[in-house]
Design a protein around this ligand. Structure first.
Ligand code: ZN
Ligand code: ZN
Length: 334
């Protein structure tokens, strides 16, 4: 894990403050970005880090930075509903309120499929977020629910163009990216990380999102975790690597299923594709393989059938994918 400084100026407009929540999933900690137009005090804050116990240390860094620069947070944008991005919202709002600064507007893309969210400690629902905004609001304000193509930024001054919202689902269904069109700076939340690969919930929409990001021709990329990517060449390479990595994984899965025509469970595929995986990483790998399998099933390349007496499915190549070489008796109704 690369150690990043707590506070870094990354461009004339962007400062990164690390939420003080390092870990295996969060790397050096969640990157929270302060975006200014350079000439005045107005700031857009992208993401708020985790709740306590890490929130107070982050709030200290943030308040100190605002105090020394005279910055005023006008807008807070949340990239997606994971707790390491939205969990610090209450603390940030409380600290702004107690400082007497004006109340910022909070923006988020509404989770499109709230019913399908499994209750877990890593996800915060839109209702809970709205409740925390109300608690810390002087005038009972609510979240501004974003749509793709929206522009964020209450104030347009000194040539500061606003942030354009791109809906980039895949890591989560509500993931957004933000493009500062004037400079080609792109904030991607956890859709792309500075190092390593990200957890994916829906592979079909994820691949679509990567291609959407690729087509922006961004010059700088600011991920939710890990170092930023500072040249347009490196940004293009990074996105291409992410796309290629997923296509290679698809190919590996298909090769495995070709070799084992009786079908395989996701766990068996994990064993074969990641032979020396440490125990603690097995579940995450299985989720990732399942995300690939679901997309391959949508594409008509694989089929699945429930495994008797087990919690899982048996996956095999679809008849179309193997052509005439396959014994049709093995084809299952997925
Ligand atoms: Zn996330
Ligand atoms: Zn994250």
């Amino acid at each position: 894990m690369q150690n990043l400084p707590d506070v870094s100026r990354l461009s004339s407009r962007v400062v990164r403050i690390l939420a003080q929540n390092p870990g295996t999933m969060t790397l050096s900690g969640t990157n929270c970005y302060l975006l200014s137009h350079g000439a005045g005090p107005d700031i857009i804050l992208v993401d708020t880090g985790s709740p306590s116990p890490s929130a107070p240390a982050f709030i200290r860094l943030l308040s100190e930075h605002l105090r020394t620069t005279g910055g005023i947070i006008r807008d807070i944008v949340l990239t997606h509903h994971h707790i390491d991005h939205v969990g610090g919202l209450e603390s940030v709002l409380a600290s702004i309120r107690s400082s007497g600064a004006p109340e910022p507007k909070v923006h988020k893309f509404k989770t499109p499929d709230p019913g399908s969210l499994r209750p877990s400690r890593s996800v915060v629902s839109d209702e809970d977020l709205e409740a925390s905004v109300r608690v810390h609001s002087r005038n009972d304000s609510v979240i501004n629910w974003l749509e793709a193509g929206d522009l964020i930024g209450a104030i347009e001054l000194h040539g500061f163009k606003r942030l354009r919202v791109l809906h980039t689902p895949g890591h989560t269904s509500d993931s957004i990216s933000l493009l500062l069109e004037e400079t080609g700076e792109l904030f991607v939340g956890d859709t792309i990380l500075g190092t390593g690969s990200t957890v994916i919930n829906d592979m079909g929409s994820y691949m679509h999102s990567l291609r959407q990001l690729q087509s922006q021709g961004a010059k700088v990329l600011y991920p939710g975790h890990g170092p930023h990517i500072a040249t347009s060449g490196a940004v293009a390479t990074k996105i291409t690597e992410y796309i290629d990595h997923r296509l290679q994984r698809d190919a590996q899965i298909i090769q495995n299923l070709e070799r084992n025509q009786q079908g395989s469970t996701a766990a068996e595929l994990v064993e074969s594709i990641y032979p020396d995986l440490p125990e603690r990483a097995v579940l995450a790998a299985e989720r990732s393989i399942l995300a690939h399998l679901s997309k391959l099933e949508e594409d008509g390349k694989v089929t699945s059938t429930p495994v008797l007496n087990q919690d899982g499915r048996l996956w095999s190549l679809s008849f179309e994918a193997v052509g005439q070489t396959r014994n049709p008796n093995n084809i299952t109704q997925g």
